[in-house]
Design a protein around this ligand. Structure first.
Ligand SMILES: CC(C)(COP(=O)(O)OP(=O)(O)OC[C@H]1O[C@@H](n2cnc3c(N)ncnc32)[C@H](O)[C@@H]1OP(=O)(O)O)[C@@H](O)C(=O)NCCC(=O)NCCS
Length: 189
């Protein structure tokens, strides 16, 4: 069964604006993709330069939002939209409409951690996924050492479901992940 075209709307929260990724966001995105600390648990190594980040965005933007979509996250630091500050990104990927499931990814610039921004941003994306995309189950794959990410998932209501050994390779090294899952019926949003 074919779905109607999937939209990636901008999403506003109390402190944030989530914008559908555009190639023009590459210099901002490079702040995270080029940061080894932020990228430590990401599924690819840090970008070596802005051109590599642009190539990654071009690839990502070539995928139909039926399967994958990314929002850049901007903080309204002084409450004025004109002074938005890029702080990170949220995406969904591995969407399988026939199984009513998708997975989320999230990343923040290290200096904006510890303020509840990502919980707020992911809350908005969960609302979109559950309300507009007919999603039943949302997954997050988190490395056991990635304590901040696990705490975020748990605060959002995800349950830890099991260990996925050597699930992916990043820079030729195997990575083990914990599977976290959140069902529509468990979502508090
Ligand atoms: C995962 C990641 C996004 C979590 O960032 P974070 O800052 O811990 O998450 P939040 O933005 O939701 O902030 C929550 C923290 O802010 C605190 N906080 C402060 N003000 C707050 C507010 N107004 N509302 C909610 N929480 C607030 C919370 O107590 C919490 O701190 P704690 O965990 O020390 O108790 C971040 O560590 C990251 O980008 N990591 C690298 C990328 C990554 O690993 N991605 C995931 C791959 S699986």
């Amino acid at each position: 069964m074919t779905e109607p075209a999937i939209q990636v709307p901008d999403l506003d929260t109390a402190r944030l604006r989530l914008r559908c990724l555009m190639i023009e966001h590459a210099p901002a995105v490079h702040l995270v993709y080029g940061d080894p600390e932020a990228m430590r648990y990401w599924d690819m190594p840090p970008s070596i330069d802005l051109q590599e980040t642009e190539r990654r965005l071009t690839r990502s933007l070539s995928v139909d939002p039926q399967w994958h979509a990314t929002w850049t996250v901007w903080a309204r630091l002084d409450g004025l939209l004109t002074d938005d500050q890029f702080i990170g990104m949220v995406n969904y990927h591995a969407r399988q409409p026939w199984n009513r499931r998708l997975a989320l990814g999230w990343i923040l610039l290290p200096r904006f951690q510890g303020r509840g921004y990502m919980q707020e941003a992911v809350g908005a994306v969960l609302g979109h996924c559950f309300t507009n995309l007919n999603t039943h189950r949302v997954e997050a794959e988190i490395e056991p050492e990635n304590v901040r990410s696990a705490r975020l998932a748990q605060r959002l209501g995800f349950q830890r479901e099991g260990l996925l050994r050597d699930r992916l390779f990043v820079a030729d090294r195997p990575r083990t992940q914990q599977m976290y899952g959140l069902l529509r019926s468990e979502w508090g949003g």
